[in-house]
Design a protein around this ligand. Structure first.
Ligand SMILES: NC(=O)c1ccc[n+]([C@@H]2O[C@H](COP(=O)([O-])OP(=O)(O)OC[C@H]3O[C@@H](n4cnc5c(N)ncnc54)[C@H](OP(=O)(O)O)[C@@H]3O)[C@@H](O)[C@H]2O)c1
Length: 364
């Protein structure tokens, strides 16, 4: 486990070494909010410069957070970007265009290069068995928020991510590691959208998203070596508004309320959660090395360099648990890779984007 002291020291070093442009999506509550607050606090008055975009639907909540951030980080620039329902890719495209346009204006005014150094995506809902609900674009709402909308956002923001000199870190907060031993076959290459009701479910959806995100992140990391690092992050159990959502079954909400006194022992605290998300921007998670660079050594610095999902030290696509350590892939990945699943998943995703962009309803 990476100790919290080391996390804090690393975060302080980061903000003192680099001026940062950061984008947080789905950050008017929960883990996104904690991460925004952690970056503002770490930057404080001694950071090298911070421009932070908070993307959310809830304007009042977002603006309150940003006002409070400015109090702890008066030298920072905090910008709210209004989003609509991000389960629709059309809205993802619109908000991406807004972010690019705002960042180009802000950077130009300061004589800087427009860029994004740190992108953190937290948009999501907990779907406890209320089944597949389709968007007008043909995607399942829950899967779209947790997977398609996020992959689309990365591709749409690539022009700015690729100009980061950090290089850019992209974090998707959800849950790698559900595709455990014994669940190897819970992926259906000819039904990646889980349209068959017997395939759809809370656990299966988690597996499917974990597989697809692992393969999509590896695809992007390899396509842009030296430029972008992508991290699928499991934050541990963090008590947020998501647990009290009225859509969750009553038994679940009651359990959270009843167990509250003991939950403190098994949950990750809010402040620590934000600090650990910020740590993902550290040099422990570099972009994949360029071919002509010498192979990175695992103990290259005191926080080490992480092993990527495709078993390359510093390979650019990571699966990480809240302790800062790797969530390894299960042996089934080897077979799935041989069977061409990575290409099937990436092609499925790109086809969904192509169809929806062309105004058609995605049917695969
Ligand atoms: N908390 C945990 O223990 C835990 C554990 C594992 C994984 N995660 C993952 O971490 C992420 C954040 O969860 P959280 O616990 O911080 O929950 P949260 O506080 O409910 O945050 C989720 C965010 O997503 C936004 N959102 C929901 N539906 C949206 C939509 N249709 N369009 C745009 N934005 C939407 C919400 O914004 P609005 O306020 O506008 O609805 C909210 O700010 C989720 O993906 C969750 O699966 C959490």
């Amino acid at each position: 486990m990476i100790s919290l002291d080391l996390v804090r020291a690393t975060n302080t070093r980061l903000v003192k070494a680099h001026p940062l442009v950061a984008v947080f999506v789905g950050a008017a509550s929960g883990i996104g909010e904690f991460s925004v607050r952690a970056l503002a606090a770490a930057h404080g008055t001694h950071g090298k410069g911070l421009r932070l975009y908070l993307v959310a639907r809830n304007e009042a909540a977002a603006k309150k957070i940003l006002v409070e951030c400015l109090e702890v980080c008066p030298s920072g620039q905090f910008i709210f970007v209004k989003a609509d329902d991000l389960s629709l890719l059309k809205n993802v495209d619109d908000v991406s265009a807004k972010i690019i346009s705002l960042e180009e204006q802000e950077a130009k005014a300061k004589g800087e290069t427009a860029r994004i150094d740190f992108l953190v995506m937290c948009q999501g809902i907990v779907n406890f068995g209320y089944g597949r609900q389709e968007t007008t674009e043909g995607l399942d709402i829950t899967t779209s928020l947790l997977y398609y909308s996020r992959m689309r956002l990365i591709l749409q923001l690539l022009p700015l991510l690729l100009t980061s000199s950090l290089p850019a870190r992209v974090v998707s907060v959800f849950g790698p590691g559900t595709e455990k031993k014994g669940r190897e076959n819970k992926i259906w290459p000819d039904d990646l959208s889980l349209r068959d009701p017997s395939h759809y479910g809370f656990i299966n959806m988690g597996d499917q998203i974990a597989y697809m995100k692992t393969f999509f992140f590896e695809y992007v990391a390899k396509k842009y070596p030296g430029k972008i690092s992508l991290i699928h992050y499991f934050p541990g159990l963090v008590i947020t508004d998501a647990f009290h959502n009225k859509k969750n079954p009553r038994w679940f909400r009651w359990s959270v309320t009843l167990l509250r006194p003991v939950l403190g022992f098994v949950t990750v605290a809010r402040e620590e959660t934000g600090e650990r998300v910020l740590f993902l921007a550290s040099e422990r998670f570099p972009a994949r090395a360029l071919k002509d660079e010498s192979k990175l050594e695992e103990k290259g610095n005191h926080i080490g360099i992480a092993m990527s999902s495709d078993d390359v030290v510093g390979g650019g696509a990571y699966r990480v648990i809240w302790t800062g350590e790797r969530i390894p892939t299960v042996p089934a990945y080897e077979k799935h890779r041989k069977d061409g699943l990575p290409e099937i998943c990436v092609n499925h995703t790109l086809k969904a984007f192509e169809e929806i962009e062309a105004g058609r309803v995605f049917k695969d």
